[in-house]
Design a protein around this ligand. Structure first.
Ligand code: F6R
Length: 608
């Protein structure tokens, strides 16, 4: 989604801003712009399309000279992608110029009021309303103006603000949309995402909801939304800028696929003692009395939801408590039945997904216990949850998630084993067995990466297909959903996932000679059932790629095979996705797609 960068310092602002925007590109965008404080006033340059188009425009118009500026990558919500809807936006007299992430819910009402007072608008955005409103409220005191303006806004907003009368002042505002700040030797920065700050500093100020920061040449000041000064201190983040480099890989997605073993080691080892026993430590307190839980919901969006579906099968099997996996945007509007006997597990890589955050807040209001599985420390979901199990995937840049998804699965396994152990729903021998398979899971995933060349070969054989159908049962079905999403989001091949037994209830009519069907066959106890479903589509001419383990493969018929190592039957979801991530990657590469930045997609979906 949209990205914000702001800089005030000793260096020229344009290179800092454009470099920052480049680091924010992965979040997804369709236009970009910058505003720089020059000696003659604020110079704004913006352009529809990629950053290269903005850079070209900057070259054509002459690079603005100045050491204070703001920049933005926009993912269109209000008004189509265009030069005039791109940020920054200014008030009609050019006094206030700003960039915005989020959504102003009362913008129509505010726009009507401002229009009635004679304000003329140049864009279709909700953001311009904020700039016009701030300019209307401007009384010569920037902080008072910002405080008054934010009190009139409903919705979510992170803002970066410049004012014509303040040539050495950068203002940042946060409400329900992420914003971070940093001070370094050469000046200070604000950004919506840590990746844009890490090249300059690892000392980060995490802005909380309802906070304003004001940077001047003489230092940093922080205020609440009443304009009262507040104390804030910076924290040192353990990540460094290298995580945001490709390290020789052509695309971040491949780098991240290859980081999965390391990610799993870091994630699992947090919860395994030196004797290899599952121990959640402090985090276990967040579950409260386990014996009082009579229902579990696992809630997330996209791949996080798919992880939740795997979690449902694993937890129900081991813990024997009913589990529902739900899509956050559905969960939040369906009046779910929640009380203090309900455990809600929220899953989010970014920790900022709008629907998932709303689901978390609903669960808390309803008295349920809320445990989250989150990758980004300090994110809103992590901050608001009763208890957090962090995945240790580091920064994930490719829009299509791989390593964070794998870490979410591992964390769900740990959760299931912990609950089974505490509730004694599984005997100790089996707990030991599960713990063993957890400890060796990273090595198994490393072996599964050995399917790379085969996945590439199969992608070269099938990449021109217009459709693909992924089928599986139980955990294999969850893997089918995730693998199908991977293919469609980065290669734009139409693809659907079905519970294998469901295909014949309608969709099988689409299967014809040469249709590609990818069958996930790792759930041993359902193998014969899935094989029957494979026969049904083979009889209609489908080409079958089977994903299976050495033990299971003898029972299967297929055209092509991707073999993954054997593991505990409940952990197969972690292995079967690996060759299919690689298959999707190469299909997208052969189709010449922009793998890390698929069209229309955003890394962190901060709007509903
Ligand atoms: C797909 C993908 C998305 C995310 C979804 C939730 O590859 O990455 O489907 O899983 O947008 O995002 P988070 O986990 O940040 O809440």
């Amino acid at each position: 989604m949209c990205g914000i960068i702001g800089y005030l310092g000793e260096d020229q602002a344009v290179p800092v801003l454009t470099d920052g925007l480049e680091r924010l590109e992965y979040r997804g965008y369709d236009s970009a712009g910058i505003a720089v404080f020059e000696s003659g006033g604020i110079n704004t340059i913006k352009s529809n399309g990629r950053l290269s188009a903005l850079r070209e425009k900057i070259r054509e118009q002459g690079t603005p000279q100045g050491t204070l500026g703001i920049g933005h990558t926009r993912w269109a919500t209000h008004g189509k992608p265009s030069d005039y809807n791109a940020h920054p936006h200014s008030g009609q007299n050019g006094k206030i110029t700003l960039v915005h992430n989020g959504i102003i819910e009362n913008y129509l009402e505010l726009k009507a009021q401002l229009k009635a007072e004679g304000v003329e608008f140049k864009s279709d955005t909700d953001t311009e309303v904020v700039a016009q409103l701030a300019e209307k409220n401007y009384n010569g005191d920037l902080i008072e103006t910002v405080v008054k303006t934010v009190s009139q806004l409903n919705g979510s907003f992170a803002l970066g603000i410049l004012c014509e009368d303040y040539p050495d002042t950068l203002v940042g505002v946060r409400k329900s949309s992420p914003l971070l700040a940093a001070v370094c030797d050469k000046g200070c920065l604000i950004a919506s995402d840590i990746t844009a700050l890490l090249p300059y500093s690892e000392e980060i100020y995490r802005m909380e909801d309802g906070e304003i920061c004001m940077f001047t040449k003489s230092g940093a000041a922080f205020y609440d939304f009443d304009g009262k000064p507040i104390e804030k201190s910076a924290e040192t983040v353990g990540l460094n800028a290298k995580s945001a480099d490709k390290n020789g890989y052509e695309y971040f997605m491949m780098k991240e696929i290859y980081e999965q073993p390391e990610t799993l080691r870091a994630t699992i080892n947090q919860y395994l003692t030196s004797e290899g026993r599952v121990d959640l430590g402090e985090a276990s307190k967040g579950f409260g009395e386990l014996k009082d839980i009579n229902r579990i919901f696992i809630v997330g969006c996209g791949s996080a939801y798919h992880a939740g579906v795997v979690g449902k099968y694993v937890i129900e099997e081991l813990v024997r408590i009913p589990v529902e996996a739900d899509i956050a945007s559905e969960f939040r509007y369906r009046h779910p039945i929640l009380d203090n006997h309900t455990l809600v597990i929220i899953i989010s890589q970014s920790g900022e997904t709008a629907d998932t955050l709303a689901a978390l807040r609903l669960a808390k209001e309803s008295g349920a216990r809320v445990m989250s599985i989150v990758n980004v420390e300090g994110s809103t979901i992590a901050t608001e949850s009763d208890c957090v199990l962090f995945t240790r995937a580091g920064i994930e840049i490719a829009v299509a998630t791989t390593k964070a998804y794998s870490a979410q699965l591992a964390t769900l396994y740990v959760t299931a084993v912990y609950m089974a152990q505490e509730l004694k729903t599984v005997d100790d021998n089996e707990i030991r067995n599960l713990e063993h398979y957890l400890a060796v899971l990273p090595d198994a995933v490393e072996k599964a990466l050995g399917t790379k060349e085969q996945a590439k070969e199969l992608a070269s054989k099938y990449y021109e297909k217009d459709h693909a159908y992924y089928v599986g049962r139980n955990i294999d079905y969850a893997g089918a959903m995730e693998s199908s999403l991977k293919l469609k989001e980065i290669s734009y091949v139409h693809s659907e996932a079905y519970a294998a037994g469901e295909l014949k209830h309608g969709t099988i009519s689409l299967i014809e000679d040469g249709t590609l069907v990818i069958a996930l066959c790792c759930c041993e106890r359902l193998l014969a059932k899935t094989q029957s479903n494979i026969e049904e589509v083979r009889a209609r001419g489908a080409k079958i790629i089977c994903v299976s383990t050495e033990d299971n493969v003898k029972a299967l018929k297929y055209d092509d095979l991707l073999l993954v190592p054997a593991t505990h039957p409940l952990f197969v979801g972690s292995l079967e996705v690996v060759p299919l991530q690689l298959f999707a990657y190469y299909a997208a590469k052969f189709r010449k797609c922009d793998i890390d930045k698929p069209r229309c997609l955003a890394k962190s979906v901060t709007v509903e």
